[in-house]
Design a protein around this ligand. Structure first.
Ligand code: PLP
Length: 217
């Protein structure tokens, strides 16, 4: 199957309110251009340097999403063009994005990454850390250049569908709670190639799909 066929198959199965992020990490620009020519305009990358190189080479009507773990010293390279940062997992990181956003006179859209998996290796905030960040956003007068628009999460890497479902349902319940008090929160980013249908059943509004579009990495 070609990239175009893969995209068509996935898109035809998506509800209208669900946005597809094409995860193109490790793939060459020629593959991204094939997706672009098939109409895809939202791409996700997990390394700032790789994303910046692709941004320079590709058409400028693309939305670039940073979906990976973020190294603070590289944030400055993406601030001028990044559309959405999915993986904000500490107050320190959010403050650094705010500081650089301020320098670039830009308000940067961010998702807070919540820890839902039972693996220590997956990054993300617990509920206390989430509360701390929400408090900062509400009360700190200097928090002018970050815009919190939703939550992101990754389920445990397992074949156990019931466990994955429970983790997605858990994230959705946190999302609903936050959204009830802050209607700026509109995006729930959950679901990848192996589990996006389940994620949509559980309330996802944004899926991040790589290998089902571009093939194995
Ligand atoms: C790589 C990656 C994806 C896409 O994974 P696939 O299984 O290839 O669809 C989604 N989200 C994050 C955070 C990733 O790093």
């Amino acid at each position: 199957m070609s990239i175009q066929q893969n995209l068509d198959t996935i898109k035809s199965s998506l509800p209208e309110n669900v946005t597809l992020v094409a995860v193109s990490k490790t793939k060459p620009v020629s593959d991204l251009m094939e997706a672009y020519n098939a109409g895809q305009r939202i791409f996700g990358e997990n390394k700032i340097q790789e994303m910046t190189e692709k941004w320079q080479e590709m058409p400028k009507d693309i939305e670039w999403h940073m979906i990976g773990h973020i190294q603070s010293n590289k944030i400055k390279y993406m601030i001028p063009y990044v559309k959405l940062i999915h993986g904000v997992d500490s107050l320190k990181l959010l403050k650094e994005i705010n500081r650089l956003g301020n320098r670039w006179q830009k308000k940067v859209d961010c998702l807070l990454q919540i820890s839902i998996a039972d693996e220590e290796t997956k990054f993300g905030l617990n509920e206390n850390e989430l509360a701390e960040i929400l408090h900062y956003i509400k009360t700190d007068k200097t928090a002018t250049n970050v815009n919190l628009v939703g939550l992101m999460g990754m389920a445990t890497f397992t074949d156990n569908q019931e466990q994955i479902r429970e983790e997605f349902v858990h994230l959705k319940s946190i999302f609903d709670k936050v959204q009830a008090e802050n209607n700026n929160f509109q995006i729930l980013s959950m679901g990848m190639s192996g589990d996006y249908q389940l994620a949509i059943d559980c309330g996802s509004t944004m899926i991040r799909v790589g290998s089902s579009i571009f093939g194995n990495r």
